[in-house]
Design a protein around this ligand. Structure first.
Ligand code: NAD
Length: 483
């Protein structure tokens, strides 16, 4: 028998305290060997003037226990408050967000009987890097960052998860027909890592048609791995079409720590009424038990929960006349699960966990890849310029180049507008002027600074630059439409 494991618990806001109490009651009755350290997070902390929603002292507990069992919180409306979830995921390096989405038909109504998908969402990067700027009167920008180590970790995690849990297929969704470099990297890493798992079927879908297919025939998917934004949206879709967002749990896994929570929010309208369904948080707790090496207890809890659902003890959100036996409150539901401890479901599939299943440990990226040969061959200079005529801009900016850095084109919102643009193309006040060395021979940073000096002297407002590099002879930048 393993030792007692310290875990950090936050009761959260809204329905959080009542569902957390119910879950801890079930886990303890099932014999979970856990020692609880409680921290305060959420609304009260925000409103005390802490924009992160968590006290600095709480991090000490999290860094000590490395296991966070978290109830939902309420993020106050209005500016200045940071999402605690995003902060926790990034601060603790929780790069993989694992969300099993399962249909429990015929006991819980679903449009898609047989759904059993695990979404593995990248959790730290993509548009969630939170790097946004207003650059001109008309243009705001959000940087989308996709990294090789970040992609490697989450994709390898998805394949390891599939292997350890007897899953047959891993699917990736990206939009690499448009974002050829960022989503293209994710797709390429998926193909590279997938090749190491010959026994697992692999497929890639463009995210738009892939999502449509997932919403229509979820039963054909198994494990799905996605970049952050697509994963955020599609994991809610998957949970909802499986039955209810109230029934899905999630694990946020990192090298140094892990966080377990329901996918739903704090449902303030239901708070304090003994109504809420604790199932999502309970199933997160099951994943936590596997993670901390107590698969025996995880199995007991999960099977008792399945038997409770099957026997028709349902909270209001899943109660159905003619299907359910009894409409129960949060506390009564927890007591029913405890009464079912030791039982297995008869019609729903019973679960069985071993130390090597359920929730896969974090995996590492290869950080020892040799660096590429990197050559600086040009620069994109972005301008805030209020006039609308690309030809006038082109003629003025052309003069600022020299024999090492020549203007090759100007684009507006990614569309080439100079030279040879069309008058029909709509232009905003945000222009990209591309200067390249004519023969792609390397240039120096000083030559770029000299160019910018000429822009400043000519009275242009350059708002940012992007250097253009070759990596091992391959262009590390996209070409504009029409370039
Ligand atoms: P919500 O998930 O709280 O509620 C959506 C709907 O689902 C509501 O009708 C609610 O009654 C129902 N519902 C949710 N969980 C349920 C449960 N366990 N049992 C029964 N019914 C349940 O989403 P929302 O209303 O958009 O957000 C409310 C608050 O939660 C906001 O402040 C939001 O910021 C926060 N939130 C927190 C988290 C988190 O802490 N992880 C996640 C999402 C939203």
């Amino acid at each position: 028998m393993s030792q007692t494991v310290p875990i950090t618990v936050a009761y959260g806001d809204g329905i959080g305290p009542e569902i957390m109490e119910a879950c801890l009651f079930i886990l303890k009755e099932a014999g979970a060997r856990i020692e609880i350290e409680t921290i305060e997070i959420g609304e009260k902390v925000y409103l005390r003037g802490n924009p992160a929603g968590i006290e600095p002292s709480a991090w000490e507990s999290l860094r000590r226990t490395r296991v966070f069992y978290k109830a939902p919180i309420t993020t106050p409306q209005g500016g200045g408050f940071k999402s605690l979830n995003v902060t926790a995921r990034k601060t603790l390096g929780l790069y993989a967000n694992v969300r099993p989405c399962v249909a429990y038909d015929p006991f819980v109504r679903t449009k898609h009987p047989g759904t059993n998908i695990v979404i593995v969402r990248e959790n730290e990067e993509d548009l969630y890097a939170g790097i946004e700027h207003r650059q001109t009167d008309e243009v705001y920008q959000c940087l989308k960052l996709i990294t090789r180590p970040g992609s490697e970790k989450v994709i390898r995690y998805a394949f390891e998860y599939a292997r350890q849990n007897g899953r047959k297929k891993v699917t990736a969704f990206t939009k690499d027909n448009i974002m050829k470099m960022t989503d293209g990297l994710f797709h390429r890493v998926f193909d590279e890592i997938g090749a190491e798992y010959p026994e697992i079927e692999k497929e890639h879908w463009i995210v738009d048609i892939g999502s449509a297919k997932m919403a229509d025939t979820p039963e054909v998917f198994d494990v799905i791995v996605l970049p952050n934004l697509y994963g955020d949206i599609l994991s809610d879709v998957a949970a909802q079409i499986a039955g209810s967002v109230g029934m899905a749990g999630s694990a946020n896994i990192g090298t140094h720590a892990a966080m377990f929570e329901a996918i739903h929010g704090s449902a303030p309208r239901r708070a304090g009424q003994n109504l809420a369904n604790p199932s999502g948080l309970l199933l997160s707790g099951v994943m936590m038990l596997v993670h901390i090496g107590q698969p025996d207890v995880a199995e007991r809890v999960h099977n008792a929960w399945l038997a409770t659902i099957e026997n028709g003890y349902h909270t209001y959100d899943i109660y159905q006349e003619g299907v359910s036996r009894e409409r129960v409150g949060t506390r009564e539901f927890a007591r029913k699960v405890v009464e079912h401890l030791g039982q297995k479901p008869q019609r729903l599939k019973a679960v069985s966990y071993s130390a090597a299943s359920g929730i896969t440990k974090a995996v590492e990226a290869d950080l020892n890849r040799p660096p590429a040969r990197k050559e600086l061959i040009g620069v994109d200079v972005f301008l805030h310029w209020r006039e609308r005529d690309p030809n006038r801009l082109g003629e003025a900016v052309k003069m600022l180049g020299d024999e090492r850095l020549r203007l090759t084109m100007i684009s507006n919102r990614g569309q080439k507008v100079y030279p040879d643009g069309l008058p029909e193309t709509f232009c905003v006040d945000h222009w990209r002027c591309r200067f390249m060395s004519p023969d792609k021979t390397p240039i120096t940073h000083q030559q770029i600074l000299d160019l910018l000096g000429r822009f400043a002297a000519a009275g242009f407002d350059f708002i940012k630059t992007e250097n253009l590099y070759l990596f091992d002879g391959v262009e590390g930048f996209s070409r504009a439409q029409g370039e």
